[in-house]
Design a protein around this ligand. Sequence first.
Ligand code: ATP
Ligand code: MG
Ligand code: MG
Length: 350
Amino acid sequence: GSVIGILGGGQLGRMLSVAAARLGYRTHVFEPAANPPAAHVAEKVVTAPYDDAEALRAFAGGVDVITYEFENVPTAALDLLESLRPIRPNRRALAVSQDRILEKDFLSGIGLTTAPYAAVDDDESLEAALAHIGTPAILKTTRLGYDGKGQARIMDRSDAPAALAEMRGAPAVLEGFVTFTREVSVIAARGLTGEVAAYDPGENVHVGGILSTTTVPATLTPGERTDAVLLAARILNALDYVGVMGVELFVTAGGLVVNEIAPRVHNSGHWTQNGCAVDQFEQHIRAVAGWPLGDGTRHSDVVMENLIGNDILKVPAIAREANAALHLYGKAEARAGRKMGHVNRIRTSG
Ligand code: ATP
Ligand code: MG
Ligand code: MG
């Protein structure tokens, strides 16, 4: 087939569409919001809510395979789409990553370390969870959180009622606070025939819960680097995964702790666009289209910086920098906290 369907038309969908076009594929994007970033590059955009069965059917009818750039696609929409076309990565990967409790159950079930956690839905379960986990801790909604939204820190037991109120009645999970020396992520891919490839881990700095920079190479011991890549491969194999995944890790004195997984291309993998012959977007398209995985060897050191909100005003200056590759998402309005683009600064040749 030659048309790839993408659920979600944000910047990730846009960059997937560019990569698909470079490999000779056309893309159709399904996106509830009007005029999404991917609309500038996709052949077709279906603008409809995820509960519009007719629109979903029409979308599926026009594509050969379906992938996604957004993990919170409603279950009913997936049931319908899955009956019509293959969805890659598969449903289980989505289900697991949509729910922080299922995710941690899955990760600990395959022998990986997560933060200590407990389900919370009221004062009583929060009290019990705090008695078990202690403080400091973080209360997070189990579903739909991103960029640190839907999270409240509990430094002291007295913070508990306010933290619970911030969940607005949604099911939540209490996580013990992990004392980490740094945060890294592994962007890994698995092909249709089961081959696995991983990019060099990147070191991530978050500001206000939002990714600010990713630096490669990360400061890791050789043992940590190996562990990071092997645990990512274990996750992909356990899920019979096809596509690219982002695995967020905390580096601690006691080893690597998995924070969360994202069943899609990942912001912390944007450096690959200028650090590797085959970037994460092409790698994902290769995997879902059944191609062999490409060469993701890092040929350069890179620092990726997100351009968030008013950072967009820095673009004229960045445009004059040497060894700086700009990637802008074509969003009209620069709201606070909104990802407008990123710049990959190539530091050395490796
Ligand atoms: P995104 O999906 O955009 O990466 P998110 O909303 O799912 O973000 P998390 O990754 O859960 O958020 O948390 C955001 C950041 O908060 C983490 O990258 C880390 O810096 C910090 N954090 C989250 N959970 C913990 C924890 N248990 N211990 C220590 N720090 C944490
Ligand atoms: Mg997340
Ligand atoms: Mg995260």
